[in-house]
Design a binder for this molecule. Structure first.
Ligand code: ASP
Ligand code: MG
Length: 420
């Protein structure tokens, strides 16, 4: 069997949902487990509803939810002919759950409500897809992943209970393939042992696909995206970006670490542990080969570019010009943890520590204010951080031309340059 994962863009309207049906159909006679995200930007919209609800703006929350209801019902209307009523009934059950919640006042922590509300995006999209597949004549069934994927109650970043989930998959998911060719389920969400919904962190659907693949011993996983393959740079910014046909798991972890938005970083380990290859392919042009990510290392990689705008350089300088030794550095790292921020690059000098962060103005403000008790703090904003894996001199020169370099770090494989 294989695992397919479809992201929000691949199912954002009726046409695209039909296209996904074609891709699924083409996999036959292979058995498929299909993991889907919420349609389009639904997760962002549900986040806004959670905010409104939590801030006591109940009518805003209800109004925003009406929009989500309408867009999903409209999709159904355009998509389905015969199965329309059954599908609508299933959606209405999910709507009711949310509306019921929106009538109450929040008494628990924000993250709890976030997960109870936001999980609805994947429940709706997967139901719509399952009904659509049935109408296209595909022998598919819908699975509520919350009956299978057990997590702890660390809401919004829940940890997976691998043993429980493995048992459930063996007992109640694999046998479904006796009767069905395709199982449709939700990415990104799970449930606790008290049946409270949880989420695995934004963009977590890739991770769900990897969990199922690992526990079902899948032959391979395919993540269907709106790009032709993994590219060596963002093609919108770098027209010379190249397709990378093959990458190793390790390379992808490195790329993600430096900020390349390829695949959710948690996705790799479950696949690497069982040597299950991961394909990244285009749902717009499924005939293209895409990228395969596997245990095999690729010696012929082009320079891979990660470009981050909106960086801020924070210089922490000791007030008495003493060396920045262990203790003050530890103090600073504790502060980073407190404001939940991580440097993208850092460097010591004799009397200071220089750190480059993504510019979250609030967090940076808090950090600067707290650190000012022990250090002189200087900020410089609006910088760019360039990272090149497998760099060569020509690429580095070209991308730094005309800029002032404020900080540079090199290893054999990677160069990072912070520039004004
Ligand atoms: N729908 C969720 C999100 O947008 C999960 C995912 O798409 O992977 O973050
Ligand atoms: Mg998504």
């Amino acid at each position: 069997m294989k695992v397919y994962k479809f992201g929000g863009a691949s199912i954002q309207n009726p046409e695209r949902i039909k296209n996904v049906g074609k891709i699924i159909n083409a996999a036959a006679p292979e058995k498929l487990l299909v993991v889907v995200s919420a349609m389009g930007k639904t997760t962002n919209a549900l986040e806004k509803i959670t905010d409104a609800f939590f801030e006591g703006r109940l009518s805003d929350a209800q109004q925003l939810f009406e929009q989500i209801k309408n867009s999903h019902l409209n999709t159904l209307k355009y998509l389905l002919v015969t199965g329309w009523e059954a599908a609508e009934n299933q959606l209405k059950d999910f709507f009711t759950e949310v509306e019921w919640m929106l009538h109450d006042k929040p008494v628990r922590q924000y993250d709890y409500y976030y997960d109870q509300l936001v999980c609805c995006g994947e429940l709706l999209s997967s139901s719509i897809l399952a009904h659509s597949l049935k109408e296209q004549g595909i022998n598919a069934t819908w699975l509520d992943v919350r009956d299978v994927l057990r997590t702890d109650d660390n809401f919004r970043d829940a940890g997976v209970d691998w043993d429980f989930t493995a048992t459930r998959i063996k007992e109640s998911v694999l046998p479904l393939f006796d009767d069905y060719d395709v199982i449709i389920t939700q990415g990104y969400i799970g449930a606790t042992d008290e049946n409270e919904s949880t989420t695995l962190g934004r963009e977590g659907s890739d991770y769900t696909a990897a969990i199922f693949a690992n526990l079902m011993e899948a032959a391979e996983v395919t993540i269907w995206k709106d790009v032709d393959a993994v590219m060596s740079a963002d093609p919108r910014k770098f027209p010379e970006a190249q397709i990378i046909p093959a990458l190793s798991f390790t390379e992808v972890i490195e790329m993600a670490y430096y900020g390349a938005q390829v695949i959710h970083p948690k996705t790799i380990k479950p696949l690497q542990n069982k040597s299950i290859p991961l394909y990244v392919k285009s749902f717009l042009d499924p005939a293209l080969p895409g990228t395969v990510i596997s245990s095999t290392s690729n010696k012929k990689l082009p320079p891979i570019i990660v470009w981050k705008e909106n960086q801020v350089l924070v210089t922490f300088q000791s007030k008495d010009f003493s060396f920045v030794e262990d203790k003050p550095v530890q103090q600073l790292h504790r502060l980073f943890e407190e404001v939940r921020i991580k440097p993208n690059l850092s460097q010591h000098t004799a009397i200071s520590l220089l750190c480059c962060f993504n510019d979250h103005p609030e967090k940076i403000g808090d950090l600067a204010a707290s650190a000012a008790a022990f250090f002189d703090v200087v900020l410089e904003k609006n910088l760019s951080l360039l990272t090149i894996r497998h760099y060569d001199d020509i690429t580095l020169k070209k991308l730094t031309a005309g800029k002032t370099v404020l900080l540079e770090q090199r290893t054999v494989e990677t160069v990072q340059v912070l520039m004004r």
